[in-house]
Ligand binder design. Structure first.
Ligand SMILES: [Zn+2]
Length: 206
């Protein structure tokens, strides 16, 4: 389940030409919306670009960028820290229902690994978001659900997906422990808890 998602998405590099970084800096202070932009998927001018700044306690200020098309339902989002961060790896053991509330910042450049459940990898399909542990697990559940619905031919994979979904439900109820690892070479991600183990991530050579 390497980052496969239901909607068609494009990478950040394929953003419309007129959406430059310099323009974004000017609107950094307030939530900003730019409707009527050309959609990279369906080509109509129904794309709305949004940018919102948010202060995340114990982490710092972040900008959340998103684009959504009202014509074809294309959407994409990412999150970026407004302060320079180091490449990082967060490891967190989810052990109770209470842990569902732990804040998670995941950028488009991050890899999320949940042993026995799956990985969410960076790339064209990757999104950035601010959520909590429960929200992150629900995103994994959505991906697994999608795989399950599209494995009509393969009963074994369908069963596997079903079991993973049950496992996620047990974790959400606090009946099963699980480890969540987030690695971000850009440092734009975090699991905000005293119990999260934070390590420096070694830069990957290309
Ligand atoms: Zn569209």
């Amino acid at each position: 389940m390497a980052g496969k998602k239901k909607s068609v998405q494009v990478s950040e590099e394929k953003r419309p030409e007129n959406e430059k970084r310099e323009d974004e800096k000017e609107i950094l202070q307030k939530p900003a919306e730019l409707p009527g932009q050309p959609c990279p998927v369906c080509g109509t001018n129904n794309l709305t670009l949004r940018e919102e700044d948010m202060e995340i306690p114990y982490f710092g200020p972040v900008s959340i960028f998103s684009m959504s098309c009202s014509n074809c339902d294309f959407r994409k989002s990412d999150v970026e820290c407004l302060e320079a961060k180091e490449p990082c790896r967060y490891t967190f053991e989810v052990s109770s229902e209470e842990d569902m509330k732990v804040r998670v910042v995941k950028s488009g450049s991050a890899t999320v690994k949940i042993p026995y459940i799956g990985d969410m990898e960076p790339g064209d399909f990757s999104e950035g978001f601010v959520t909590n542990i429960e929200g992150l697990l629900m995103k994994f559940k959505d991906i697994v659900q999608f795989i399950r619905e599209n494995e009509e031919e393969d009963e074994e994979n369908r069963d596997k997906a079903k079991n993973i979904m049950k496992k996620i439900d047990r974790v959400i109820c606090g009946r099963e422990k699980i480890k969540i690892i987030i690695e971000d070479p850009a440092g734009n991600s975090a699991i905000i808890s005293d119990r999260a183990v934070v390590e420096k991530l070694k830069p990957v050579k290309n």
